[in-house]
Structures are given as C-alpha cells and as structure tokens.
Design a binder for this molecule. Structure first.
Ligand code: HEM
Length: 443
C-alpha cells in the first residue's frame, strides 16, 4: 500500500501506513487552518508538490470551525490536476453534489437552506437550474452589457476626484452590489443593497475575523444567510402580487417542466446568488487591481491595445485570481481517478486553484500574461452540469471595469499590500488602499 510518513512527504511502500490516514508535514497540510493564512503562491508550492507527486492524495478532515471534526470524521481526497478535475466534474453520476459542496462539513439543514441547486443532483438540479438559467444566457447578458458599462462609468465618475482610497470598498464591491441590488429588486444605494453586499461577503468568510466579528463560524454563516433571505423573501412576497422586471419577480413567477419554486427554494436560491454571484465577482475585480499593480508591463500592454487585448486579459485575471478555490463532490460508487482507488462515499475536493496553475496545461503558469492563449482555466468550474450559470455576466463585469478604470484612471496603483481573506473556499481580498490622479469626467 502506498502511504507517507510524518515529516517526509515522500511516498513509501508500507504495509503499516494507511493511504487514507496519511500525515503530511505542516508545509503540506492543506487541512490545517494555518495553511490558508499563507500567501496564494506559497500555497501553490504545496499544490505543485501534490500535482507532481500525489495528484490524488488523501487528507485528514479540515480543521473546520463550522463543524469541528472529531477523530472519526472522514477526510477528503484532493484532486489537484487540471485533467482530473475536468474528468470528475463532468461525471456527475459518479461524483455527486448532494452530499455537500465544501471540503469542510456543515450541518445538512444549513446546506439545504443556503446552497440551492449547487448542492442538488439529477432531475432536481436540472429543474431548479432550468427555472433560473434563462436569465443568465450569454444572449441575455449581451442585452445588459450596455447597462453594466454605464454602471462602471457612473462609479468611476463618483470616485475619480478622490484620488485615493480603498479601491475594494470604493469600486470592486460596488459594481456587483449595484447589479445584484437590481436583481433583488432593491434600490441601488439603499440600506438593503448594503446589507446584501455585506452579508454575502461575511457569509462566505466565516473563518476571517473581519467577517466573523467575534461570532462562531456557524453562527456567522447562518446569521448572514438569514439577512439575505429575509430581504429576498420580503421582495418575493411583493413581486408575487406585483410582477416586475427583475430577477426575484421572474424567479418567483417562473415555471420549468410545470414546476415552480417553493418559498424555501426561493430563499436558498437568493442566498446562493448573493454569494455565488456577488462575492465572486467583487473579488475578481479586486484581484484585477492587484494583478495589474504587480505587473505594470502587462498594464502597459493592455493600454496599448485595449480593444485587442481586453478579452484575453479578462480570462487571465480569472485564471490567476481563481476566485473560487474549490468545490467538492462525493463519490457515489467505487471509482479510480488517476490510478487512485476512491471508495463510494468518499469526499473528492476539486482544487480549481491548482488546476489553474497546472504546468501540464499552462505554460509558465505563474506568469501573469494577458495575451495567454489558449487559456482553458477553471475559474468557473471544470465543466459538467454545475458549470457557473453566470460566467458571461461575471466576465462582462470584469471587462467593463477593466475598460473604464484603466482608460480613465490609468495610473491607479496600490499604496499598501492588499489584505487577503483567510478562506479556503473564496480567494478574497478584503481591502486594498490605492491612489490615482484625480481628473474631471471625460466629455
Ligand atoms: C467571476 C465571477 C464568478 C466566478 C469565479 C464563479 C465561479 C463559479 C464556480 C467555480 C461554480 C461551480 C462550478 C462547478 O463546481 O462545477 C459556480 C457555480 C454557480 N455560479 Fe458562478 N461564478 C461567478 C459569477 C457568477 C455570477 C455573476 C452568477 C449569477 C449571476 C453566478 C451564479 C452561479 C450559480 C447559480 C452556480 C451554481 C450552478 C449549478 O450548480 O448548476 N456565478 N460559479
């Protein structure tokens, strides 16, 4: 049997070491909370070690603060290669989502109440996704492109005179916040809009002291989800009576295969949406600021030919940022992945952040290269039925921001290192102080 011995991390042939209970050295212990306090590229040193030596490796249960593990809590398989992530993600009959979607466990009732069709399989998944998916087709998103571009212009108008400030707070949070305020049917700039934005950030960063604010992780998650759901449900009741042109109204009144969503499903969908859509996009835009700050040569290239390079630049921001670092599946039957036997019931964590830096797929993966082509990143997932429903919308928000900010605030630069969230799920930027030359709105 192949296993590892404490401190060595080299595979040893042993009859004593159980491959399902290996001990990785602290450097390679992705199940330790402290691992997630390290910088992203340092973490990728560890993922690279696994990609090269143990592409499918078993780990003890994560030191979760959501549902702290005991001795018997099963660990998880880490799938670290691009090719294996794709294979697992596309085989949704063997690798299911209904048993949990994160590497750490959470009480089932919380999963059910907050994750909607992200944590469903088969017909249930198809139906609920079918009800909401038409709103997010590329064709529909193209219709709202102009609206998104207009919002980006408005935001730059609002902040350009300041010349400095936390660009995450001033811009990266605001654009998706305003867009999702519209989707929720609440007024842009209203208290409800800020509540949704704040709750979405805190809900997905239960391990981060800035978001937990002294609460335990589960309370943080549940309370913040509840804040989002209360607003969505109040709006849902209203739009049932008074249909209007926004997503809440549309989802409340929509039918797919003769089925409508019940109140629970609506509440779960909107907490999924607030987090899956709002938070991911906001962090992608935050990473865009820090990546161009770290790579001024790439910013110069972009500015030299904005129209010609912006689309590949958006893809490279997404790859490099890997805003969603993992999603989990559970094996529904015994299966072999990349030579490794996996038993029915085992958790399999797809490390998209590792797949996006896989040397077998990306030439010099640590080079931020806005002209990278092809760029088959897995920022939106690795294919299969759960592939991100909002990828076109997410891309457009990053593109509009890139275009507007780097045309009108070309010397924007960070004045202090960005503050990253401590988070094994979302690769988040909490704050980033920046400065730029103030100037009047261009005519
Ligand atoms: C840059 C921004 C975004 C990133 C990086 C991102 C990433 C992801 C990822 C990795 C998944 C899971 C894929 C899988 O495991 O197969 C996902 C699913 C999902 N995303 Fe996004 N997303 C983004 C923006 C959005 C937006 C704007 C929306 C909605 C408007 C959205 C809605 C969803 C939904 C509803 C799912 C669940 C799909 C399913 O289970 O069938 N996302 N997203």
């Amino acid at each position: 049997m192949v296993g590892t011995v404490q401190g060595e991390d080299t595979p040893v042939m042993s009859t004593q070491v159980d491959v399902r209970r290996p001990s990785w050295s602290p450097e390679h212990d992705i199940a330790a909370r402290s691992f997630w306090e390290k910088p992203f590229l340092e973490r990728d040193d560890t993922f690279r070690f696994f990609r090269e030596n143990h592409p499918v490796s078993y780990h003890r249960a994560y030191e979760s603060t959501l549902l702290p593990p005991d001795e018997d809590t099963p660990g998880f398989w880490a799938i670290t290669k691009w090719e294996d992530c794709r294979r697992v993600s596309r085989d949704a009959e063997t690798f299911i989502s209904g048993k949990g979607i994160l590497m750490e466990d959470m009480p089932e009732v919380v999963t059910l109440a907050t994750t909607s069709f992200l944590a469903m399989d088969g017909v249930d998944h198809r139906q609920v996704r079918g009800i909401v998916s038409q709103a997010f087709t590329p064709r529909n998103v193209r219709k709202i492109d102009d609206w998104i571009n207009g919002l980006a212009t408005e935001l730059v108008d609002e902040i350009i005179e300041r010349g400095e400030g936390d660009i995450v707070d001033l811009y990266a949070k605001q654009l998706p916040g305003r867009i999702f305020a519209f989707f929720f049917g609440v007024d842009a700039g209203s208290d409800d809009m800020y509540t949704i934005m704040e709750a979405a950030e805190r809900m997905l960063a239960w391990d981060d002291p800035n978001c937990a604010l002294g609460r335990d992780a589960l309370t943080t998650f549940a309370e913040e989800a509840d804040r989002i759901q209360s607003i969505a449900m109040a709006r849902a009741d209203h739009y049932r009576e008074h249909p209007a042109e926004n997503l809440v109204s549309w989802v409340v009144n929509a039918k797919f295969e003769d089925r409508t969503l019940d109140d629970w499903e609506i509440a779960a969908f909107f907490s999924l949406l607030a987090s899956a859509a709002n938070d991911t996009t906001r962090h992608s835009i935050g990473h865009m600021f820090r990546l161009f700050d770290e790579n001024p040569d790439q910013l110069a290239l972009l500015r030299e030919d904005m129209d010609g390079r912006i689309d590949t630049a958006v893809e490279e921001v997404l790859r490099y940022a890997s805003p969603v670092q993992h999603f989990r599946r559970t094996a529904a039957k015994d299966v072999v992945v990349n030579g490794q036997e996996i038993k029915a019931g085992d958790k399999c964590v797809l490390w998209y952040c590792s797949g996006n830096f896989d040397e077998d797929q990306f030439d010099e993966p640590r080079r931020f290269d806005i002209q990278r082509k092809p760029n088959r990143h897995m920022a939106f997932g690795a294919g299969g039925p759960h592939f991100c429903i909002g990828s076109a919308l997410g891309r457009q928000m990053i593109k509009a921001s890139m275009q507007e900010v780097y045309t009108r605030m070309p010397d924007l630069h960070l004045t202090a290192p960005p503050e990253f969230q401590i988070n094994n799920f979302i690769h988040g930027i909490h704050a980033a102080q920046a400065a730029w030359t103030p100037s009047k709105r261009s005519a």
